[in-house]
Design a binder for this molecule. Structure first.
Ligand code: GDP
Ligand code: MG
Length: 310
């Protein structure tokens, strides 16, 4: 490489804006949908039911002059009924503290349900904060957005208020332009082809969890934890062998999950395996087990094992 070329590379590197953006919001405001729209890969779990994303997940978007590292947070619920909920809360608070920029997503309605998040955001000072009013496709008359914008402006905490629709893509360009403004000039932090730094093993567990939401009713996914017991890629060119245990709380749930003659588990397994093959770019052999673990949501040891507590 000659010195001129080196010089050009260095300049490009210096010009690169990049940083970590924590995506914060109540369940169902569209955090995962937005990340999927931005990154263009289905990496996080989207579901009409609240609180499906447990772990922080880095989705990385690299453009010509910026790298956006997004963290999808599981939630800031104040209810502390279980160790599970307070573990989720801890994950979110630590993501907020590590971020360069805080992106608060809300719905296009006037509500006081955002107050607890606003309180947490106020505590993190000297960090740029943007409020994103999502789902504006639901508003036929865009003038009805004005009182909502005014409400957030009145808080005098946000550097920007941006209306978007994660579904139609309206406002997404403006969002990226504005986000870039507030990112530090840190150079590229990840290779440009990286879209996530999550381990393939964690993604495999997430895919199974997503299928639970897709194929079973409310009670099952919220009572289940998916753990990858073994991820064997020693013969990767030929096949990757993945063994996942789904823990449930009661035997009735185990019954539903397995289904008549194993039909439900088979459906979940087939669909998960197909997604895994796409994601991993390899043939996958997937084995699913269902086990009962009473009260796992309050079992500190177990929560640590599945990566929810340190
Ligand atoms: P999260 O819990 O914040 O991650 O929310 P999700 O991304 O899972 O979305 C919750 C629900 O809102 C899903 O049914 C989405 O399809 C829906 N949703 C998300 N973004 C939009 C949007 O821009 N417009 C509309 N109409 N619905 C949306
Ligand atoms: Mg989500």
């Amino acid at each position: 490489m000659d010195s001129l070329q080196t010089c050009v590379y260095v300049l490009l590197w210096i010009d690169m804006k990049s940083g970590v953006i924590a995506v914060i919001g109540r369940p169902n405001v569209g955090k995962s949908t937005l990340l999927n729209k931005l990154i263009g890969e289905k990496l996080t779990i989207v579901s009409p039911k609240p609180q499906t994303t447990w772990q922080r997940l880095h989705g990385i978007l690299t453009t010509q002059d910026a790298q956006f590292i997004f963290i999808d947070t599981p939630g800031l619920e104040t209810e502390r009924s279980s160790k599970f909920i307070s573990a989720l809360r801890k994950i979110t608070l630590s993501a907020m503290n590590d971020a360069d920029l805080l992106l608060h997503i809300v719905e296009p309605f006037l509500t006081d349900k955002e107050q607890y998040i606003e309180e947490e955001l106020k505590r993190i000072d000297e960090r740029p904060k943007i409020v994103l009013i999502n789902k504006i496709d639901l508003k036929k008359d865009k003038r009805s957005l004005l009182p909502i914008i005014e409400r957030y402006a009145a808080i005098a905490m946000y550097n920007d208020i941006i209306p978007v629709s994660a579904i139609t893509g309206e406002g997404i360009d403006i969002l990226l332009t504005q986000l870039k403004k507030y990112l530090p000039n840190d150079g590229m932090l990840y290779d440009k082809d990286t879209i996530t730094d999550k381990y393939e093993k964690e993604l495999a567990a997430e895919i199974v969890r997503e299928k639970l939401f897709y194929f079973t009713r409310e009670e099952i996914p919220y009572s289940s934890a998916c753990v990858v017991d073994k991820f064997d890629e020693t013969q990767r060119e030929r096949i990757i062998r993945i063994y996942v245990t789904i823990y449930v709380e009661k035997s009735s749930q185990k019954g539903i999950l397995i289904g008549a003659g194993g039909s439900m588990l088979k459906k979940i397994g087939t669909s998960a395996r197909m997604d895994m093959e796409k994601l991993l770019g390899a043939k996958v052999y997937l084995e699913l087990y269902v086990k009962i673990k009473k009260n796992w949501k309050n079992d500190r040891h177990f929560l640590r094992e599945i990566g929810l507590e340190k």
